[in-house]
Design a protein around this ligand. Structure first.
Ligand SMILES: Cc1cc2nc3c(=O)[nH]c(=O)nc-3n(C[C@H](O)[C@H](O)[C@H](O)COP(=O)(O)OP(=O)(O)OC[C@H]3O[C@@H](n4cnc5c(N)ncnc54)[C@H](O)[C@@H]3O)c2cc1C
Length: 406
């Protein structure tokens, strides 16, 4: 139902990732005319592994986004080492209560895109270059990079969903330093062409070493993806050479063994890969006047929280709901939206930092704890006990809570 009192209200959404697409969709449902700017010349596909937890699944359902489910009971995780030893382990999502869906990022983006109404205007190769706002609207200078033109348009609302290195954030909230917090860890990920030799396609792997790790994430119905993670004191130096050279240096000088060697070779050959630093975005406020940030641009939680896509979907869903509840009062709606969402996001920012230890142990103490954990989950009884404890934890509940209702 269109609940917007003024059907001619216009929203500009910047970014066609999970958060931007979901925001565009929800604003359309609330009766807004929506224009989307996307920097890339076309929609991206594929991407790395991610788990959608209950919060994200519920929001997606409410938004009408049909996210596929690539889970199967056959999926099993193993802790492995360079010498070829393997022992049953535990996957990233196994301990969390409620439904979770292993997918690739492109699955969520595609499903959200499929749900978008035809009348959303999507402009590729287009970026905002300046924003000026008064109490009645926002004037945005938009650069069309294909045409080489800059034009100015007026909007009633601007949603910056343009990711970790957001332009909207820079234009409205100021420079990145102060907002982006580096955690001192690097990520490298790519899709694998098939199962890891010696393992089934539904086998996931964890090779956890001091300061570095390699994870293989498995799906029911598509080849796995790999994620390398490592600690560094100098993030900038990691970008001064090809990603594979940084990875080989970090995972050396010891012989890789066959599994790690195979994974590194596949990364080197991959047509597409991610190589980036783990960074959180922290802002005192996510809205100013009629401009609001949603998703990684506002609160990037990092992969360690496992809640980036879920929070982008839930934040977008709640944004539309708040605009409906505050008709004709965009700043009021944004204030109410942030007040409701912020405790949830801050919880996941904190737990995200703690969860990093699970992905890559930074020092000897963390490594000992990780080894003890691996030892416990190596048995069926151990896995059951850990699952039961985790199911009761606040972290698990907060991954499944319906923040639209809370
Ligand atoms: C390895 C890895 C694993 C992860 N695992 C999980 C997980 O298990 N569970 C989970 O929920 N999340 C996970 N995440 C996080 C999740 O993927 C992100 O939080 C989420 O995809 C962010 O979506 P977004 O739309 O906010 O930003 P982005 O995906 O960054 O999208 C931003 C969009 O804006 C566009 N853009 C950028 N600048 C401009 C501009 N100036 N003008 C116009 N367009 C612009 C970009 O091209 C892009 O399309 C993981 C992340 C990584 C890296």
């Amino acid at each position: 139902m269109n609940t917007n009192p003024n059907p001619r209200q216009r929203a500009l959404v910047v970014g066609l990732g999970v958060s931007g697409t979901a925001s565009a969709l929800r604003l359309c449902k609330a009766g807004w005319d929506v224009v989307v700017l996307e920097k890339a010349t076309e929609r991206r596909r594929g991407g790395y592994f991610l788990t959608l937890f209950g919060t994200g699944i519920t929001a997606a359902e409410r938004l009408g986004i049909e996210v596929p489910d690539r889970f199967s009971e056959d999926i099993a995780y193993y802790n492995v080492d360079r010498a070829g030893r393997r022992r049953r382990g535990m996957g990233f999502a196994e301990a969390v209560a409620g439904e979770s869906r292993p997918v690739v990022r492109g699955d969520v983006e595609q499903a959200a895109f499929d749900a978008l109404p035809d009348d959303v205007a999507i402009r590729y190769a287009s970026v905002p270059v300046a924003l000026r706002q008064d109490k009645d609207g926002v004037h945005v200078d938009i650069e069309d990079r294909a045409a080489g033109t800059v034009t100015t348009e007026r909007f009633d609302l601007v949603v910056g969903a343009d990711g970790l290195r957001s332009t909207v954030r820079r234009l409205v909230f100021g420079p990145d330093n102060g907002h982006i917090h580096r955690l001192g860890y690097m990520l490298a990920a790519c899709a694998l062409p098939g199962p890891v030799p010696g393992f089934r396609g539904t086998d996931g792997l964890v090779m956890s070493e001091l300061g570095r790790s390699a994870w293989v994430f498995a799906f029911a119905d598509r080849p796995p993806t790999v994620l390398f993670n490592y600690r560094t004191d100098d993030v900038d130096a990691e970008f001064t050479r090809p990603a594979i050279d940084s990875l080989r240096a970090v995972f050396g000088p010891e012989p890789t063994g066959s599994t790690l060697g195979w994974l590194l070779d596949r990364f080197e050959e991959a047509p597409d890969h991610l190589f980036d630093t783990a960074e959180q975005v922290r802002l005192d406020t996510w809205h100013r006047g009629r401009v609001v940030l949603v998703g990684d641009s506002a609160w990037c939680l990092t992969l360690y929280s496992g809640m980036g896509a879920s929070s982008g979907l839930a934040g977008a869903d709640m944004l539309g709901a708040m605009l409906e509840q505050h008709p004709g009062d965009v700043p009021g709606a944004l204030g109410a939206w942030e007040a409701k969402l912020r405790p949830f996001i801050e919880f996941h920012q904190e737990t995200g930092i703690a969860m990093r230890k699970l992905f890559v142990p930074a020092d000897h103490t963390e490594y000992q704890i990780r080894s003890l954990f691996d030892h416990v989950v190596g048995t069926t009884v151990g896995r059951t006990v850990i699952s039961k404890l985790e199911h009761r934890s606040k972290a698990s509940r907060m991954k499944t809570v319906d923040i639209g209702l809370s």
